[in-house]
Structure formats: C-alpha cells, structure tokens
Design a binder for this molecule. Structure first.
Ligand code: NAD
Ligand code: MG
Length: 408
C-alpha cells in the first residue's frame, strides 16, 4: 500500500468536503500536507484544526494574515502562505506526491500548471483549467513527468472504461465514440420554464448532485456539458466528432465508451462525488468511499434522450468553440465565468449567459495560442467584452492575468 501525501486546492468547496471525507476514512493511506482556498479563513482554520496540514494557503493575502494569527493563537504549527504564489508553492511542495485540483474557474490554472511542472499526480476536478490550458496544459503535464487523473464524474467513468495503458489515441484503442451523460439539469423536464425569469436559487437546485454554485448554474445552462466535451477532448486525445452527449436524467450511468466491435462499456454508481474521488486517490487500488451501494432492483428506470440543442444553446457554443481555433474555448470559458458571476449576483438574467458567450465568440480577436501569455490575453479580452455586453462595471471583467478569482 502506498501512503500518499496530498495538497488539496479548493479545500473549502464542495469537492474539498467530499475529498476530506474520503481521506479521513483512510488515515493510514493519506497524509494531508497542504490545504488551499480563496478567502474563507474561518473554514480553513477549522480544517487546519482537524487535519493539521504543514502548510495552508489563501489567495486573499488579508485573510491569510487573519488565518496565521488565529493558528498561532491556538498553537497550531501550520505555516500560512498567500496569493497566487502561495497556491503555486503548495501545488509543488517536494514532500507532496498528489495534488487534488478543485479550485473553481480559471483561477485554478496557475497552480495546476505548477503541479504539472513539478511532476505531481494531478487529480483534476477544475475542468476550466484544462479548457483554458488546452494543449499547453497537456504539454506541461508531459514535460514535467506528471500524471493527470480525472475527478469529474463523467471523465472518471470514461477513464475507468478505457484500456490500460491508454496512449491518448481512440482509433488505436478501437474506440468509436465517447458518450458523456448529462442529467439535463433542473430545467430539462420542465417545458414551462421562462428562462428570462429563472432565479439563481432555481438554477442551483440540481436534481441529483449537490455542488458549488458556479458548476450548478453551468449544469442548468448545459455549459457544464459543453466544458466537459472540451475537457474530454484534451484528456483522452479524442476528436470533437468522436465525443457525444446523451441525456440521462437519473445520473446513474456516469458515461460510456463504445468500441468498434459494438461493445459499450459504462461505469455506474450513485451520484456521489466520493466515488470518482476515491477511485483517483487510490488508483490502481480500490478503497471505501462512503458512497451508498447501488441497488439495481430499486432503480425502476434508466432513461436516455438526445439533448435539446435549441433550449440549451450553450452545448453547441462549446462544440463550435472547440472546432474554431485555440482561442475560442478560452474566450467561451471566460465569458461564461463573467456571465455566471453576474447572474449569481443578480446583475444578469439566465438568458444573458448564452447571449454574452455568443457575442464574445463573435467579437474576440485572439485566436493563436502558442504561449500561456496568449491564453491569458484571450481570457482578459473575453472578460472585457463580456463585461461590456452585460453592462457591468469594468472591475467585474477583471482578468485571470491580474490574479482575479471567480466566486467566493
Ligand atoms: P465550490 O464553489 O464549492 O468550491 C470552490 C473552491 O475553490 C473553494 O474552496 C474556493 O475557496 C476555491 N477558490 C475559488 N476561487 C479561488 C481562488 N481565486 N484562489 C484559490 N481558491 C479559490 O466549487 P466545487 O463545486 O467544489 O467545484 C470545484 C471545481 O470542481 C470546479 O471546477 C467544478 O467545475 C469542478 N467539479 C465539481 C463537481 C461537484 O460535484 N461539486 C463535480 C465535477 C467537477
Ligand atoms: Mg461532470
């Protein structure tokens, strides 16, 4: 049994909670070396009391100071670091072998790249980092000798249905299609919804999963599935035409891989993120996750349908972006982050999300991405255009390059 030493980026979020729940079940297997978050010093203090990491990082320097004082007052020896530099430091600590990347949004890219350069096992929940990083992220993983394992439930399911080893080439592996399942979100079955009047709480009321607010809105617009198509493209080296989306409202079949001989392999389980987290944490071994066992006889129905691309235009925006050029997915992601942030803050309507994304894709100019600075430029430009499309004050479009975080 290998004892793994972990850094958890995004420790105070929904994936952070699920990860620490799994880890706490196996103190013999995992040591929490570092915990990182945005600005919630109170929750990080609580986590430091319980898990006693050697290092804690907060993006917000003021809150990091508060945390350091509170830890010192309690005699807890955890060292505190701050800012994007602090996040990158904990992602590349020499004593750490595994980095669980669960920051939400583009803000997670620099620390994920630092983990890649340092050759870590990266357990990736932060899909936006891969959507923006694209080929550069994959190259950084390969150059650093790192390993990338998906936590996103669909990609983890695909990963479990692939041959091992898998050389990122579907044709060589006899794969015809990758089928990503989508619940359809809270509005799939409701034909009476007036999308202009949807409130943040309605959009966040996901039928099967309890998640952070940004990904919950992405699920309601189906942008989440669009981002996941782009994520699958990079993770599995699959052409866009080989990746399909199928609606499956029960969220029990987490995704499927179809082979040329007609075999279709699927991974099933309760919709509980502790399953993919435990799979990736322990791979190739298997450990208890705390997720309930699946009782097939109790499931009365597993149903599948085609996505409604008219009502949920974000899905095709993502397909179009992936087909366009390397700048397009970055612009789409940035526009979506700005619009979702504005929607959650009550400054934009639900329907403004696809509208802003479409406008940004039409107006942007950065299309060639040869260096990470190009990606940052594409991200910054898209945030600016999205902010102006939505009539937001200029600060709301603050760029990743300027170190802005999204949400929380
Ligand atoms: P969440 O909002 O619950 O938590 C986000 C975490 O990121 C928090 O710990 C927050 O402090 C941290 N964070 C935000 N901005 C930061 C910044 N600038 N610097 C440092 N830390 C920052 O979100 P979540 O639901 O846990 O999702 C996290 C990621 O995992 C997202 O990319 C999401 O798409 C992905 N994901 C989540 C789920 C799920 O079930 N929640 C499933 C699949 C994928
Ligand atoms: Mg998912």
């Amino acid at each position: 049994m290998t004892r793994r030493r972990l850094t958890l980026l995004g420790a105070t979020g929904s994936i952070g909670d699920s990860t620490l729940d799994v880890v706490a079940r196996h103190p013999d297997r995992f040591e929490v070396v570092a915990l990182a978050a945005h600005r919630n010093a109170g929750k990080l203090l609580e986590l430091c009391r319980r898990h006693r990491p050697r290092v804690a990082a907060l993006h917000d320097a003021g809150r990091a100071g508060e945390l350091a004082r509170a830890l010192a007052a309690e005699g807890i020896a955890t060292r505190v670091v701050a800012g994007q530099a602090g996040l990158c430091e904990v992602a590349s600590l020499p004593e750490v072998d595994t980095v669980l990347a669960a920051i939400v949004g583009a803000a997670g890219l620099p620390s994920s790249l630092a983990a890649a350069a340092a050759g870590k096992r990266i357990l990736l929940a932060n899909k936006e980092a891969l959507v923006i990083g694209g080929a550069l992220f994959i190259e950084a993983v390969q150059a650093g000798g790192a390993t990338l394992l998906p936590i996103d439930s669909e990609h983890n399911a695909v990963y479990q249905c692939l041959p091992s080893p898998y050389a990122r080439n579907p044709a060589d592996a006899g794969i015809r299609r990758i089928l990503l399942t989508a619940s359809g979100g809270p509005f799939f079955a409701r034909t009476d919804v007036d999308f202009d009047r949807v409130t943040p709480d309605e959009a966040c009321a996901h039928p099967n999963w309890s998640m952070g607010r940004k990904i919950s809105v992405d699920s309601a617009t189906m942008m989440n599935k669009g981002l996941e198509v782009i994520e699958a493209h990079w993770l599995f080296g699959a052409d866009v035409d080989r990746i399909e989306v199928v609606i499956h409202p029960q969220s029990v079949v987490h995704s499927l891989v179809e082979y040329v001989d007609g075999s279709v392999l699927a991974q099933l389980g309760h919709p509980d993120m502790r399953t993919p987290i435990a799979q990736a944490l322990a791979a190739p071994e298997r450990i208890e996750s705390g997720a309930a066992a699946l009782d097939l006889a109790q499931l009365s129905l597993l149903s599948f349908a085609r996505p409604d691309r008219e009502r949920f235009p974000c899905l095709d925006l993502a397909y179009d972006a992936l087909r366009a050029d390397a700048g397009a997915p970055i612009a789409l992601n940035a526009a979506n982050e700005v619009a979702v942030d504005a929607f959650l803050a009550g400054r934009a309507r639900f329907t403004d999300i696809p509208r802003a994304c479409r406008a940004v894709l039409a107006r942007r100019s950065v299309t060639r991405i040869a260096h990470i600075d190009d990606a940052l430029a594409a991200d910054a430009e898209a945030r600016m255009i999205a902010g102006s499309e939505l009539g937001l004050p200029s600060r709301s479009g603050a760029s990743l390059a300027a170190g802005a975080g999204v949400m929380q």
